[in-house]
Write a protein of this length. Structure first.
Length: 378
């Protein structure tokens, strides 16, 4: 392995404070972190797996690590990451991502939450860990994440996450939970645009949007400035048609937002999706508000990109990394291991020479030291 890979990767985590205290410290903290990163890439899904990976790779690891106490036990890995400040680890993760990510003006940054279902501990009164993540659709990168406090919800977590991100010239997309005036104002203040789903949690806004789109279909409403765009996708035995209409708010914003409380509101969007199979046809309608102008093609593109956080992040974490099955619970362990998974997924995605799925890339990285070196250097 090229020893230059080690400092290049780990330098972003070198500022992490060692959570251990006392003189009886057998293992170097930075080496514990590095072994855990390699193990997460190479197929380990818990601390027992991380320690087993280290023992199996001892000779290889000794070629560039000091390992004064050998490979730490699984209890040591568990204790260290349970004590490690997850917010500090997350900040280092975000710095690492920022250093390698290309800034793509106009790209979609999707924000969504995910619960680690087995991370609860009923005996300690501990709820399952719920994380809110930011996903760069253009780069396929996790830009950052924050934990939702036990006595709170995503509404308070989203502003915390936004403050950690550079969203200038980007489109921030959030589901209905994030459709809040404070969130819209913060996105604009940070130099971005928003596209927010509207549902029953904003009943008056949702009702007025429906009325405006109904009026737009009448003879009197034909003069309303609009943009329309339709896509048709075929495959897997179904046909999906999406009809998107965007209406500008310049002439009737006084009705939609009479107190001018939605910062930068410029358009509303309606998406009617029809799915046809040989057996049935189903239709759904969704509404959005946006600070973008009335551009249906752009809006529909951002809406579809938003679901990349579900399909390319959350689904992959559950299938290839078995995240929903993880029983890591002590201290900050669940949060910190979630960051290890996202770091591993990012590097595996960036390595593009092996044309297989993420699960098989993890297996190859576990078997093949030379391939792991390519993943670490990607």
């Amino acid at each position: 392995m090229d020893t230059e890979i080690w400092p290049e990767l780990i330098e972003h985590f070198a500022a992490l404070p060692d959570p251990r205290t006392g003189p009886a410290v057998r293992h170097k903290f930075v080496e514990i972190v590095f072994i855990a990163i390699c193990a997460a890439i190479g197929g380990a899904d818990d601390w027992v797996g991380v320690a087993a990976y280290g023992r199996g790779k001892l000779q290889w690891l000794q070629s560039f690590l000091e390992l004064p106490g050998g490979i730490p036990s699984h209890d040591t890995f568990g204790r260290v990451f349970a004590q490690l400040d997850a917010e500090r680890f997350g900040a280092c993760f975000a710095t690492w991502v920022s250093a390698m990510a290309d800034k793509l003006p106009g790209q979609c940054i999707a924000i969504d939450g995910k619960t680690l279902r087995r991370s609860h501990d009923r005996s300690q009164g501990k709820r399952a860990l719920h994380l809110v993540s930011a996903w760069a659709a253009g780069n396929h990168l996790v830009l950052g994440q924050v934990q939702v406090d036990d006595k709170s919800n995503e509404i308070t977590a989203i502003p915390q996450l936004l403050r950690k991100l550079d969203i200038r010239d980007c489109i921030v997309t959030i589901d209905a939970m994030g459709c809040q005036r404070e969130v819209a104002a913060q996105v604009k203040e940070q130099g971005g645009d928003y596209l927010l789903a509207v549902k029953d949690n904003q009943p008056r806004l949702a009702e007025r949007i429906e009325i405006l789109f109904a009026h737009a279909k009448t003879r009197q409403g034909q003069q309303m400035e609009r943009s329309e765009y339709t896509t048709v996708d075929k495959g897997h035995g179904r046909v999906e048609t999406r009809c998107c209409t965007a209406l500008t708010t310049s002439d009737w914003g006084f009705y939609l937002d009479p107190q001018d409380r939605w910062e930068g509101l410029c358009s509303i969007v309606r998406v009617e999706a029809t799915r046809q199979t040989t057996d049935e046809t189903s239709t759904s309608v969704r509404y959005f508000i946006s600070s973008l102008g009335a551009d249906a093609a752009r809006a529909l593109g951002a809406i579809r990109e938003h679901w990349g956080i579900e399909n390319r992040l959350h689904w992959v974490l559950d299938i290839a990394f078995r995240e929903d099955e993880s029983r890591i619970r002590k201290g900050h362990g669940a949060h910190n291991f979630s960051l290890l998974r996202r770091l591993a997924l990012t590097q595996l995605r960036r390595e593009s020479t092996l044309k297989v799925g993420i699960a098989n890339k993890r297996r190859r990285a576990g078997w093949d030291n030379a391939y792991l070196a390519k993943v670490l250097a990607a």
